[in-house]
Ligand binder design. Structure first.
Ligand code: FE2
Ligand code: FE2
Length: 475
C-alpha cells in the first residue's frame, strides 16, 4: 500500500518512481520521520505557512523555488548533483581508478559510519533549535530559522537515501536509529558533543549557524571528494543549501553588533551594564558566546592524530577540503604536518605523519574560514567607531577532544593553572547570568517589518522580497 506519490511528494532525481526496493524502505521510514518532526521539530509551528525555498531539481531554476508552505507538507526531496560516468578517484591508494557507484565490501563499515555520523547531526540541530520560534526577534528571522530547519530535515533524507539504497538491512536500521537518538538525551544522545549542547537563545543560534553549520560545510566538502560517487554527489548538493545557514549566522551576528554599537555610541559608553540596561547585548557577552561555540565546534573535527582519518583518506572515503585544488601528490605518504602537543604542561609543536593529522588539517582550514567572517564582524564595529574587536580564542581553549583536552588555556593562548581557570572562567565563557540576561531579551516580535530592540534589521529581505514582507502566515 503506497501513500506516496513519488514525483510530486518527494522531488527527486534518483529514479525513485521506478525503484520498488527504495520505495518500500522509504514508505516504512517516512511516517516515523513525520512523527519525529511533530514531536521534536519546531514547536507550535504546525499551522504556519512559511515562505520557504524548496529544491525541486538540481538545475539553477529548480533548486530554489519560493512559496508559502506548511513545514509538515514541505517536499523533502532527494537530489544528487549530476554525475560524470568517467569520474576517477583523485586521492588515496585508489587514485586513478574509476569512482565507485556501489559500496565496496571492504569499506562498507567505514562508509556506513561516516554517513551515519553526518546524518545524525542533521536532525540534532532541528531538535536543538526547536523552541527558538517562540522567541523570534522578527518575522524575517523566524522564516530563516524555519528554512534552516526544513533543510536540515532534507539533509537527513539525503543521508537516509544513501543508507536505504546502499546498505540493505543495516542501512534501514541505522535510518531508524537516526530518528531515535535525541539531542541532549542522557540515555540516547546524538553522536557528537556539540550536537548535544543547548541552543537556548538567538545569540546562540546565530553563533551555532555561523560556526557549527560551517563545520557542516567542511565535513560535506571533504565527503564531496569521496570515491563513493553517490556520497560525493549527494553532499555536493547539500553544500548549496549550507551557504544560507552560514549567511543567517554571519548576518545575524553583524546585526546584533550593529545594534550594540549604536547603543554604545548613543550612550557614549562601553560599560556592559549600561549597554544591557539599554536592552542591547554587550560586547563581552558576545565574545563569551563566540568562545563557547568556536571551541565546541572545533572539537567536532576529532582527535588531532587519528588512524581512522588516515584510513578514510587512503581508502578514498573522505578527502581534504578542496582536494582538487591542492598541488601535492594526493597520496600524502611520507609527508608531515605540525600539530600541538602538551609537554610538561606547555604546548609544543611537533611534526607527525600528515595522513594521521588529517583531522587537524581540516580543522585548520575551518579556522581560517571562520576567522575571515570574524574579521567582517569587526568591520561593523570599526565602521561604527567602536575600538573593541572580537577574536576567535586560541585553538587549545576549552577543548574536550584530542591532545589539547589535557590543559587549561586562556583565550589569548596562555597555559593557566586550574586555579586561574576557575577564577577567570566567567570572563571567558558564558555564565548563568549571561544566559539569563540574553533570555530576558528574547521576546517574540513577529509583526511584519518589526524587530526586537537588541538586533538591527537586515539590509534586504529574502528572495528580493521587502524586509516587511509577510514571511510567515500564522495559522
Ligand atoms: Fe545540514
Ligand atoms: Fe546547516
Amino acid at each position: 500500500m503506497s501513500t506516496i506519490n513519488y514525483s510530486e511528494k518527494i522531488p527527486n532525481n534518483v529514479n525513485l518512481g521506478e525503484d520498488r526496493t527504495l520505495q518500500r524502505a522509504l514508505e516504512g521510514w517516512q511516517p516515523n520521520f513525520i512523527n519525529w518532526w511533530d514531536d521534536v521539530g519546531p514547536e507550535g509551528s504546525t499551522n504556519h505557512e512559511v515562505y520557504l525555498r524548496t529544491a525541486v531539481s538540481v538545475d539553477p531554476n529548480g533548486w530554489a523555488q519560493f512559496g508559502h508552505v506548511k513545514m509538515r507538507d514541505y517536499r523533502w526531496g532527494i537530489f544528487l548533483n549530476p554525475g560524470d560516468t568517467n569520474r576517477e578517484i583523485h586521492f588515496g591508494d585508489h587514485k586513478g581508478e574509476k569512482a565507485w557507484q556501489d559500496v565496496p565490501g571492504e569499506h562498507r563499515a567505514n562508509l556506513r559510519r561516516i554517513i551515519v555520523t553526518q546524518g545524525d547531526t542533521e536532525p540534532a540541530s532541528v531538535e536543538q533549535q526547536r523552541h527558538l520560534g517562540l522567541t523570534a526577534p522578527s518575522m524575517y528571522d523566524l522564516r530563516n530559522l524555519f528554512q534552516i530547519n526544513v533543510e536540515e530535515g532534507r539533509h537527513l533524507w539525503a543521508m537516509v537515501y544513501l543508507l536505504h539504497k546502499h546498505f540493505g538491512r543495516d542501512g534501514r536500521e541505522e535510518a531508524e536509529a537516526l530518528l531515535q537518538r535525541t539531542s541532549g538525551d542522557v540515555d540516547n544522545p546524538r553522536i557528537l558533543g556539540a550536537f548535544n549542547e543547548k541552543t537556548p537563545d538567538w545569540l546562540a543560534f546565530f553563533m551555532f549557524t555561523y560556526f557549527t553549520d560551517r563545520d557542516g560545510k567542511f565535513q560535506l566538502a571533504a565527503l564531496a571528494e569521496s570515491a563513493f560517487d553517490p556520497l560525493a554527489r549527494t553532499t555536493k548538493f547539500m553544500l548549496t543549501e549550507e551557504a544560507h545557514h552560514m549567511f543567517v549566522g554571519e548576518s545575524g551576528i553583524s546585526r546584533v553588533l550593529s545594534r550594540t554599537a549604536q547603543v554604545m555610541n548613543d550612550l557614549k559608553t562601553d560599560d556592559p551594564a549600561r549597554v544591557r540596561a539599554a536592552g542591547a547585548i554587550d560586547l563581552p557577552t558576545i565574545q563569551r558566546y563566540l568562545n563557547f561555540h568556536y571551541s565546541v565546534t572545533i572539537d567536532l573535527f576529532g582527535a588531532d592524530q587519528s588512524s581512522n582519518a588516515a584510513t578514510f583518506y587512503s581508502s578514498g572515503l573522505k578527502g581534504r577540503y578542496e582536494e582538487g585544488k591542492r598541488g601535492d601528490d594526493h597520496i600524502l605518504k611520507g609527508q608531515t604536518y605540525k600539530v600541538l602537543e602538551v609537554v610538561n604542561g606547555q604546548l609544543q609543536e611537533k611534526e607527525v605523519p600528515m595522513l594521521n593529522a588529517l583531522n587537524e588539517v581540516l580543522r585548520d582550514d575551518f579556522i581560517k574560514d571562520s576567522m575571515a567572517g570574524v574579521g567582517r564582524w569587526n568591520k561593523v564595529l570599526e565602521k561604527a567607531g567602536i575600538p573593541t574587536r572580537l577574536a576567535v580564542p586560541h585553538k587549545a581553549f576549552n577543548r574536550q577532544i584530542g591532545a589539547l583536552a589535557g590543559i587549561k588555556m586562556s583565550p589569548d593562548g596562555r597555559v593557566v593553572s586550574e586555579a586561574e581557570w576557575t577564577a577567570r572562567k566567567a570572563e571567558w565563557l558564558p555564565t548563568p547570568e549571561d544566559f539569563a540576561f540574553v533570555a530576558s531579551l528574547m521576546g517574540r516580535v513577529v509583526e511584519p517589518g518589526k524587530f526586537a530592540g537588541w538586533i538591527a534589521p537586515p539590509v534586504m529581505g529574502i528572495n528580493r522580497q521587502p524586509v516587511d514582507f509577510e514571511y510567515v502566515r500564522f495559522g
